[in-house]
Design a protein around this ligand. Structure first.
Ligand code: ZN
Length: 282
């Protein structure tokens, strides 16, 4: 459709210009019969030059307004994986169905909403922060072609749960802890039947999450994390980790105002694991 329009416009404009040239050159001797030829030639050339510039401008305008809006690099994925496993790779390799479970910390567990901030600190509830981050992570993973299960804290699906990875998303206390009340923590399922897989999931998440958010890694892992209930419920072949995405007091701005960045960090960590990406040594 565009090409027909373009060709017709070109033919029409050329016809108008040629007619004008002929008319202009034909009339010139009659208007000024005694004028010198070089002067007439110069006037004619200048006029043709101006008309050519005008023609180029009109054609450029036509060309740009007629171009389709798609296909000019506007369809980029919200998440760019680091090892080029995007569209190009998918086009040549068969699709392998990847499957990840996200536990939304404290979701669907009655009055348990996790950590809570005082009204003066915004009244945030951990479960809401966890849900927002998990739902964005789900969207980013699905955009990468990964199948995602959103699971409640004590979801019945956790019993014998099988997938490529399970990540439980939590946030740390809203209490003010001088100096040490900032950073993220990750613990892996210790008695996993494939410890190298769980260790790799943790290493990927630790590296990519730290890179994306700029948060420091907090080594003070609690027993609540290492003995996390879901670790004992899922299939022991499913690599699993629990992440405390940050402290709701000092890291509150990141968690509540930039959950997309937090989710991108988690997504990057999961994709690093699924794609077996190289992790830079710290
Ligand atoms: Zn929690």
């Amino acid at each position: 459709m565009f090409y027909c329009f373009y060709t017709k416009s070109t033919v029409k404009l050329n016809w108008i210009l040629n007619t004008f040239y002929q008319y202009y050159n034909g009339m010139k001797p009659q208007i000024d019969p005694h004028g010198s030829q070089p002067a007439n030639g110069m006037v004619s050339k200048t006029t043709k030059g101006i008309l050519n510039v005008l023609l180029a401008a009109i054609l450029s305008a036509t060309l740009f307004t007629a171009l389709p809006a798609t296909g000019i690099g506007l369809n980029s994925s919200p998440f760019q994986s680091k090892n080029g496993s995007g569209e190009g790779a998918n086009a040549t390799t068969p699709q392998i169905s990847l499957h990840v479970g996200l536990v939304v910390g404290h979701w669907g567990h009655g009055d348990d909403v996790g950590a809570v901030c005082s009204e003066s600190l915004g009244g945030f509830k951990e479960v809401d922060i966890n849900y927002t981050i998990a739902d964005l992570t789900r969207q980013y993973l699905e955009a990468e072609g990964v199948q995602v299960d959103m699971l409640m804290e004590f979801d019945s699906h956790l019993d014998g749960y099988i997938s490529n990875a399970l990540i439980s998303i939590h946030a740390d206390t809203c209490e003010y802890i001088p100096e040490l009340g900032t950073g993220f923590k990750i613990a892996e399922a210790a008695d996993n039947k494939r410890p190298e897989q769980a260790a790799r999931l943790m290493a990927c998440l630790k590296n990519r999450y730290g890179e994306a958010t700029g948060l420091r890694y907090d080594h003070r892992i609690t027993d609540d994390m290492t003995s996390y209930h879901a670790f004992g419920e899922i299939d022991p072949n499913t690599p699993a980790v629990i992440i405390e995405t940050g402290y709701m007091n000092q890291d509150r701005e990141l968690l509540t105002q930039n959950p997309a960045l937090v989710a991108r960090g988690i997504t990057a960590g999961i994709m690093c694991f699924l794609n077996r990406e190289v992790i830079s040594q710290e």
